[in-house]
Design a protein around this ligand. Sequence first.
Ligand code: GLA
Length: 703
Amino acid sequence: MHYGADYNPEQWPEEVWPDDVARMREAGVTMVSLGIFAWSRLQPSEGEFDFGWLDRVIDLLHEGGIAVDLATATASPPPWASAAYPELLPVDADGATYWPGSRQAYAPSSPVYRRLAGELVAALADRYASHPAVVMWHVNNEYGCHLHADYSDAARDAFRRWLADRYGDVDALNRAWATNFWSQRYGSFDEVFPPRKAPYSHNPGQALDFHRFTSDMLLECYLMERDILLAHGATQPITTNFMGAFKPADYAKWAPHVDLVSDDCYPDPNDPESFRAAAFQRDLVRSLKPEVPWILMEQATGALNWRPSNAPKAPGQMAALSAQAIGRGADGILFFQWRQSKGGAEKFHSAMLPHAGTDSRTWREVVDLGAKLAALPELPWPEAGAGPGATGVPATAAPATGAPPTVAPATDARVALVFDWENWWAVEASDHPLNRLDHVALVQRWYRALHRRHVQVDLVRPEQVDSRYALAIAPTLYLLRETGAAALTAFVEGGGHLLAGPFTDVVDEHDRFRDGGFLTQLGGLLGVRLEDFGALVPADAPASEPGEREARFADAHAAADAPTADAPGLAPFGEQVGTLLAEELHAIDATVEAVFTSGRRAGGPALTLREAGRGTARYLATVPDEAGTQAVVDRLLATTGVEPVVAGLPPHVEVARRGALRTFVNHGGPAVDVRVTGRDAASGDAVDGLRLGPWDWALVLDA
Ligand code: GLA
């Protein structure tokens, strides 16, 4: 279990470093991420490296028994680089340049940026690959953060090359992008641009490919650095820090190339429900690479600096969120950052060692958590997922195969919640029946409903849904690849239970309709035909926007559905609120479970069920609000045999299963008594029932 932080010694006089190391030891720090933004100190000018200070600080850490996750420092090119090569600066869609003076001002496809970054990485690897303190490599930092896309000339040239690679000849691109529309037909790849500022809507195929390209350019930067590290003798695991559901980077495509996933997560203490968003993020990153534990690379000890209001964490909340991460697969708890900065834009950002000093609640909590983590044994990882990295850091750098990850049943999850970056990009494109869908918010609503019921969930692409799961929920799976549709179909036929949400199976991978209407791939399985999407006005739209804002729906046979001896769990749900869409759906070969009870669609099917093969396929024709989502989830749980990890807990108490470990966290609500038996993971003492007060947590191994 690693414990530590980003460490930025370049911000401090050298005399401070011994105190840093002494304090780190006091806090139980085992590893620091070193030098993430130190490029200008490591390379004062082109061709000139200054490693003396880094040598000294690494040696000092090593003497103190503190391991180093060494950064490649390429996330913020120094001012000399852009002064000499202004073409490496990124540009927005309107043609405005992002100038130096902040951080991350580089165009990922810029050949000169890549050359300079590569030279620095090679020099670092040559010097430190065999240093015994270095146990991991931290490539760049939060790729794509701040700068979600680059439209520079470097991007233009790279986009043209990327398209030529993808399509081979320009006619294939013309077909994929349907360029006969609006006179967009291209005669050569050299006529194509990134979707820069334009008079009106961009071509949707172009916009979707630009998302793919943007993710791929960032990934190319990562792969370049990783390959240089390996070529220059690195044997340590290599990672780069992800940011959960971060739209610009398709981490599902990235995950095979990192030896372990590391993730940065900053739930908002002002939001009492943000622990559920944090749980979602942790399950997402665990699902990306389920064969090994992941590392929480950054979280805050207390307040941030970058939200409109930056509340401190409540006493105990930092440790509670750390326990949550461990329960959902983390084998490392690290922070941004070690010592609070004295100057710079982040001087108000909390740290392990706060500016207020060691006589502070933060410091006491940091020391306390360090001691608790140090007492833990190696934590279990499930059989099927157990790999070299049972401790979170594999012993050697795993070969990057590029193969898609197979989700092992890492946490006994029996529910697959479908989440796919390409679909995310496509579903949020413009010019849709409803142009205000927030896809992650909708997926998270389903996640919250499952989380409140203490059900363990994996977040997977449609292709990964298979017989390991009992239930799969696919909210708004607008872009559905043939491979994904085939997997979902096989899942149901083999005995799985599927719920497909509205606006699903609408387009192919180029964001074009398929012939034959909508639901062309899943319609038969679901037994329905979709005629129209029935957009509603979002509830939060200004009053001046007229129209229906909701479409209520209720059990089609509420009375008949009352629990009986034959169907004991099938509790009817009362009238619920559907939002955003009230689709015009026809049940062809499906039972209507719920009907719309208000609005234009009143009387029409809202939820259908078809028994298919050995499983069932449901279709939901609206986006239920929070309560409605809970009602539908409760119906699904009652009919699919999915069990909670532990039954009977209130919603503010979380439980997660990780192999033989169950982690319980009270996220700040009233004290509860938990009926559980086992062994305390740290002490080994028998556990027979727990009392969890606000922010209390417990790691319990099976007896
Ligand atoms: C990101 C960055 C860090 C720091 C934190 C502040 O996660 O990686 O360098 O800026 O945000 O919260």
